[in-house]
Design a protein around this ligand. Structure first.
Ligand SMILES: NC(=O)c1ccc[n+]([C@@H]2O[C@H](COP(=O)([O-])OP(=O)(O)OC[C@H]3O[C@@H](n4cnc5c(N)ncnc54)[C@H](OP(=O)(O)O)[C@@H]3O)[C@@H](O)[C@H]2O)c1
Length: 284
């Protein structure tokens, strides 16, 4: 029986990945900071990436569906034997590299360093690592992107956007990412490489938000206002303690195209993400 170790297994990518592995007959050791109950073929190990006990010394594949920097540091210092390593990173490595915000630049640098550490450690022990960099994730009702917009819409009955929120986006469904992690296990072309994993449709930020609002009941209103008016609304929201991490750089990004090419992933492991068709169930 094939055995996998999965970090971030309780998250929006980890849960569907566990399903794929179970359906394919894998025995899985899953790590969580919380205590969780075992199921057939699934052993939960309680711990984090600083310390986790009970990790088997040898598995066929190790997956990281949580923070890449913590995972890369853990993997580099653990004598784990696993021929395959598949870890989620982020397209933020590119998007935030030139950000006006120092914290965002630091995040991009952390992701870059984490990828370097991971690929080096894997190659030093003869393992094949693949890093998957998703764009904006949605679909499992647990993301902090579109879900948060839906929460604001439900609470206030409206969402306000600047009129020029026309930067292109490629929201990607969490299940398509879990499929990608599973499908690349045996795809040799993906060994030792990072991949951008965008969603299957490219659309303007405002259109993405409008489609989310269209599935909510009762339908919230979308107000598109001149940028100076939007800035006043956002300042008022910040003063009231809302949207505090929605900073100047995030506002500027609504005008920028964040577009990535899925061609390499399509060619190497048949990546075929769905178009953006939100449903109310995705925003619980
Ligand atoms: N959200 C997005 O739109 C987005 C976009 C691009 C890339 N990504 C990448 O996709 C991956 C998943 O992101 P996510 O937003 O779905 O989930 P996440 O918040 O990064 O965490 C997923 C899981 O990782 C575990 N985890 C979180 N922080 C941890 C820590 N400090 N130490 C140990 N375990 C920790 C948690 O499990 P327990 O609570 O059970 O321990 C959680 O369920 C990450 O690599 C992220 O960088 C996300």
């Amino acid at each position: 029986m094939k055995t996998a170790l999965v970090f971030g297994a309780s998250g929006q990518l980890g849960v569907p990945l566990l399903d794929r592995l179970r359906d394919d007959g894998w025995r899985v050791y899953a790590v969580s900071r919380e205590a969780r109950s075992e199921q057939p073929g699934l052993v939960w190990l309680q711990g984090d990436l600083a310390r986790v006990d009970g990790v088997p010394p040898q598995v066929q594949a190790v997956f990281s569906c949580g923070p890449l920097d913590h995972f890369a540091a853990w993997y580099a210092r653990m004598p784990l034997s696993a021929p395959r390593v598949v870890a989620f990173g982020s397209t933020s490595i590119e998007v935030k590299r030139g950000s006006a915000d120092a914290d965002e630049r630091e995040l991009a640098e952390r992701l870059r360093e984490a990828e370097r550490v991971l690929f080096e450690a894997a190659s030093a022990r003869g393992a094949a690592a693949t890093v998957l960099r998703p764009t904006l994730i949605y679909g499992a009702g647990r993301d902090r992107n579109l879900n948060r917009i839906a929460q604001v819409a439900r609470r206030f009955g409206r969402v306000v956007l600047p009129r020029d929120a026309i930067g292109l986006r490629q929201p990607v469904h969490a299940h398509d990412l879990a499929d990608a992690a599973f499908d690349c296990i045996e795809a040799e072309a993906s060994y030792g490489r990072p991949y951008a994993l965008p969603g299957g449709e490219t659309l303007a930020y405002r259109e993405m938000v409008a489609r989310v609002l269209a599935v909510l009941e009762p339908a919230p209103r979308l107000h598109e206002v001149p940028s100076p008016v939007f800035n006043i609304v956002l300042a008022a929201a910040h003063a009231a303690g809302f949207a505090l991490d929605f900073n100047e750089a995030a506002v500027a990004r609504m005008r920028s195209d964040l577009v990535f090419d899925p061609a390499d992933a399509q060619r190497d492991f048949g990546y075929s993400p769905r178009g953006f068709k939100p449903t109310a169930a995705m925003f619980p």
